[in-house]
Ligand binder design. Structure first.
Ligand code: FES
Length: 150
C-alpha cells in the first residue's frame, strides 16, 4: 500500500467513525432543548386585562411599577378610599413626562422634576402640570393585579 492509498483509507475511517456522533447531534432524541420562552409572559385575559404583578408585591411595596405597559410606564396603587380596589396610571407626569412617585403618607403622586402633585385619582393637586394623569381600568383577581390597556 502506498502512502496516498494509506492516507485516503485513514481519512475514510475517520469520517466513518465520527458519523454516528454527527448524526446523534442532529437528531432531537430525548435530550431537552434549551428553554427560550419568556419566563414570565404577560397573560392577557379574554376581557382584555393583562396581569401586571402580584397582589402580594403590591401589598408589600405599596405600589407596582411596570416600565412598559402599552408603550408607556405604568404605576398601580391601592385606591386610598377603598383598599379592595386598585388604581392604575400612565406613569408620566403630564407637565414634562417625568415618572411620578407614590407618597402614601401624603396620599399623592409626586413628580420629582418640577414639583407637580396628583391626587390618588390622578387629578392635579398642584402644578405646574395642568392635566390629570391618564388612568387605566384595573382590578385584582385572586393573587393577580390586572390592568386593561385603553
Ligand atoms: S415633569 Fe412633572 S412637574 Fe414637570
Amino acid at each position: 500500500m502506498d502512502r496516498r492509498t494509506f492516507l485516503s483509507w485513514v481519512g475514510v475511517g475517520t469520517l466513518a467513525s465520527s458519523l454516528p456522533v454527527v448524526l446523534a447531534a442532529c437528531t432531537s432524541g430525548d435530550s431537552p432543548s434549551p428553554d427560550t420562552s419568556d419566563p414570565s409572559p404577560a397573560a392577557t385575559t379574554a376581557d382584555g386585562f393583562t396581569e401586571v404583578g402580584k397582589l402580594a408585591d403590591l401589598e408589600g411595596n405599596g405600589f407596582l411599577i411596570q416600565e412598559d405597559f402599552s408603550g408607556a410606564p405604568l404605576l398601580v396603587i391601592f385606591n386610598p378610599d377603598d383598599k379592595t380596589k386598585v388604581v392604575a396610571f400612565k406613569n408620566q407626569c403630564t407637565h414634562n413626562q417625568c415618572p411620578v412617585d407614590w407618597n402614601a403618607d401624603e396620599g399623592t403622586l409626586n413628580c420629582p422634576c418640577h414639583g407637580s402633585k396628583f391626587k390618588a385619582d390622578g387629578t392635579v393637586a398642584n402644578g405646574p402640570a395642568k392635566d390629570s394623569l391618564p388612568t387605566y381600568e384595573a382590578k385584582v383577581e385572586g393573587d393577580a393585579v390586572l390592568v386593561k390597556a385603553g
